[in-house]
Design a protein around this ligand. Structure first.
Ligand SMILES: O=C(CO)[C@@H](O)[C@H](O)COP(=O)(O)O
Ligand SMILES: [Fe+2]
Length: 228
């Protein structure tokens, strides 16, 4: 388990016309600084929405020193994910439902210098993928159906978080457990109790008047639960 909870604002809820400024708002040193910035790449095939791709991520990487966490909701990640790792993304997450050879993909991502992340949709069980997960650095448990921000948290997925946490704590897996979808001040405590390390929050951060303060408040709330 990471020492302090990680908060990763999702720019899906930011103003796309000023992404640089939106990221800068959570990049000042101190408690209001995001640990990672979460970038949702959607291709209108794997999910019914279209966002941005590698050229935008390359520009964002030049504009900030906050580690970029790329969540690829795309078909054929075996072909496309490596470009994000080569560009300098800190963590590149692919969906197990879309990857043809997730073990090879993890090896390629790591060889290109990124952490390798594997994501499961809410309805995808973890058990068939436990061996695959040994090759990954992060597990992204989706707590909404991928595609859109601002949806309600699906608490049933916390069972997968508990399983991953147990396996990580007993040394069977070495994973950062990340959760994505519907995380806000009403839901972050149950996710923290279940053992999440990294919390993605889109609308709860970029829908707030002060995104930096929202980051600090969420981190504090998660930390309180983890120590008590
Ligand atoms: O990957 C996704 C959605 O597919 C997420 O990263 C969302 O962007 C999270 O937004 P909120 O649920 O926190 O508003
Ligand atoms: Fe995401």
């Amino acid at each position: 388990m990471v020492a302090s909870p990680l908060i990763a604002p999702s720019i899906l809820s930011a103003d796309f016309a000023k992404l640089g400024e939106e990221i800068a708002a959570v990049a000042h040193p101190g408690p209001t600084r995001a640990d990672w910035v979460h970038v949702d790449v959607m291709d209108a095939h794997f999910v019914p929405n279209l966002t941005l791709g590698l050229p935008v991520v390359q520009s964002l990487l030049k504009s900030t020193d906050v580690p970029i966490d790329c969540h690829l909701m795309i078909d054929d990640p075996d072909r496309w994910a490596i470009g994000y790792a080569e560009a300098g993304a800190y963590n590149v997450t692919v969906h197990v439902e879309a990857a043809a050879d997730p073990v090879m993909l993890a090896k390629n991502l790591r060889a290109a210098g990124a952490k390798a992340g594997l994501s499961v949709k809410p309805g995808t069980p973890l058990e068939p993928h436990l061996e695959t997960l040994k090759h990954y650095d992060t597990l992204l448990v989706m707590s909404v159906e991928p595609g859109f921000g601002g949806q309600s948290f699906i608490a049933d997925v916390l069972e997968k978080v508990r399983t991953a946490r147990r396996l990580a704590d007993t040394g069977h897996l070495k994973l950062i457990v990340e959760i994505d979808g519907g995380i806000n001040s009403d839901t972050i405590e149950q996710a923290a109790e279940a053992g999440v390390d990294c919390f993605v929050a889109g609308s709860a951060v970029y829908g707030a008047e002060d995104p930096g303060r929202a980051v600090a408040a969420l981190r504090e709330q998660a930390a309180r639960v983890r120590v008590s």
